[in-house]
Structure formats: C-alpha cells, structure tokens
Design a protein around this ligand. Sequence first.
Ligand SMILES: Cc1ncc(COP(=O)(O)O)c(C=O)c1O
Length: 355
Amino acid sequence: MSRFWIDKISGLKPYVPGEQPTSDSLIKLNTNEHALPPAESVLAALRSASGEALRRYPDPTASALRSAISAAESVPPDQIFVGNGSDEVLAHLWFALLKGRRVQTLDTTYGFYPVWAGLYDAVLTEVPVLEDFSVDVDTLKNDDAAIVLANPNAPTGRALTRDDIALLADSNSDRLVVVDEAYFGFGAETAVPLIADHDNLIVTRSLSKSHALAGMRVGYAIAQPDLIEGLIRVKDSFNSYPLDALAQAAAAAAIQDTQWLENASREVREVREVMSAGLRAIGFEVLPSQANFIFTEHQSLAGRQIFDALRARDILVRRWDKERIENWLRISVGTMAQAEQLLVVMREIVSAETG
Ligand SMILES: Cc1ncc(COP(=O)(O)O)c(C=O)c1O
C-alpha cells in the first residue's frame, strides 16, 4: 500500500495463477500446460528468425499470423484479433464491451472473470452450476445480461454444445455472448461457425494449451468486424505491439501445423481416458472432460488431504479453498508416464488412508 495509489488499486483483488515451481523434479499437473513439447516446425520458425526481425518493431497488426488463423478457422482476417495470451484478449474485451455493464457468468468457472468485472466495474451475476457441474442454460437465457462462459468450462472440463451456445446467442440478439475457448482442441465443439450469423457472439482462443505454447503468450478472438474493431481500439490505446516478432512467427507456424495438432490432441485424449479410468477404479468421481485436465473428487478422502499427500510425493495439482469445490482436485493431463506415476501414487495414498 502506498499513499500514491488511487482508490481503485487499493480495492483490487488480483488473479492468483497456479504455482510455477522452479524445480524440474516435480510432476507438474497444476496449470494445464500441454503434456508435449511444441511442434518442431514452431522451434524451426524461432531458429530462423533474423536479427533484422528483432531490430525492427514487429508488425502491429500481426497480419501473417492473422492470415494463418483466417485459413485455419475459415473466417476473414478482419474478424480476428490477436493478443498477448487470451488473458490479454479477454481483458481488452471486458474493457471494450463489458465495462460498467451487467454480466452473467457461472459460480464455478475461470477465476479471472470476477477480477476483470471488479477492474472494469461490471455488475457480475454468478449463476450456480447444477449439482453435476453442468450449466443451467435456461437461467442464463432468461436474464438479458451479457454472458461470459468458458467452454469447455474450467475447472470442471464440462462443455456445452454449439447448439447450446446458439440458443443463448439467439435468445436475445442485443445481448453479447462471450465464449472463452481456451481449452478448445481436446474434443469440444467450437462456436466459431455461429459467428457468420451472430453479431453478438465473440469467441476467444489460446495457443497456451492446444498448441503447447503457454510460454509464448498468444491468444486471439474471432467475431464480426465491428466487435473486433472495438478490441483494436483498446489495444491501440494501450500497447501497439502486444505480440513480439518471435511470438508472431512461432504462432503462425503452430497454427499451420495441423498434423502436430491432431496427433497431440489424440495423445492428450488417450492419457485423459487412462487417468480417468484409473482414478475411478480407486473410488474417485471424475467429471467427463473435454479439456486437457480432469476434475475429480474422492468418495471418502478430503481434497486437501490428497493434495498434500501428492505434494509430499512431488506431484503438483490444483485445488481451491472455495465452497462447492473444496474437496475437488483439478489435474492436468500429463504424459502417459506421468499419468502412470500419478496413478501409482494415488493408489498408495488411497490404500494408506482408507486401510
Ligand atoms: C478458461 C481460461 N481462459 C483463459 C485462460 C488464459 O489463457 P492464456 O492467457 O494463457 O491464453 C486460461 C488459462 O488458464 C483459462 O483457464
């Protein structure tokens, strides 16, 4: 606290990301990074960057990257906005489109939404997810406030269908619907094809999970040009060059490498099934996940107890001291070897604690 702080800063409750330990000896399954290293084509793009590309400012409009996204998503480049991670894209979106407005989200979802609502004075309603953590589409539909959803949702991994999103967008064409698809690429349907017919829909994406580029910080939004123009105005009033030259080159290569994406996604889904089945066999409930993590609770052991026991054995997962989910653990899908190690340790913990 400093006497120079404006009042707003004193009242901020910033987002706290999952721990990034410096030791490599941990099995790190707490922040949903991809289990695999990024594509070789991405590393090649980084290696071939020239000194000239670094001497000069990067392309402020990231046109080559937006062309690559345009080809991959079959949407025109003027419907694409790129930013420094989807967190930055979302922050600009809250500022440009939601500041001071009424917004609905879920009571169990990405913890950054209430932070942006607080930062930008949006009036947030947190609609409770149902008992099985599925989304109460009717309640969201019956209120005219804007809607912000993560799909698949975090930390539950549950996904809505494209028809559900269409229902929400169609229920009131004057309401903005934001679909945060940070975990797209692991089985869920995308809402992007709805954008052509819906000027009230905006979809955000991340390269952090699906493309194994969390360290690169690249995200994007897709929407009709007027919404995108709003984001560009905020970005150009804040930082003209949010994506550096290396990030633009690497992200374009990643988007173009559809073969890597397909293989990597298949591998994550296979490991997700092995983890889920192995945990269910020893008394865990595991929600059906369309993301690169699972959300799980043991029928007789407390979440805190399991979290601590895993940590003592160098396995890091994520858990929140929050009503409704305090007993649940969110576990990122790792490599097959990490999943097997996790299951070995979980079996030890469960048999030691339950006798
Ligand atoms: C639901 C959701 N949205 C957005 C993000 C931000 O992703 P990034 O800024 O790495 O693109 C995350 C990160 O964990 C997330 O869980």
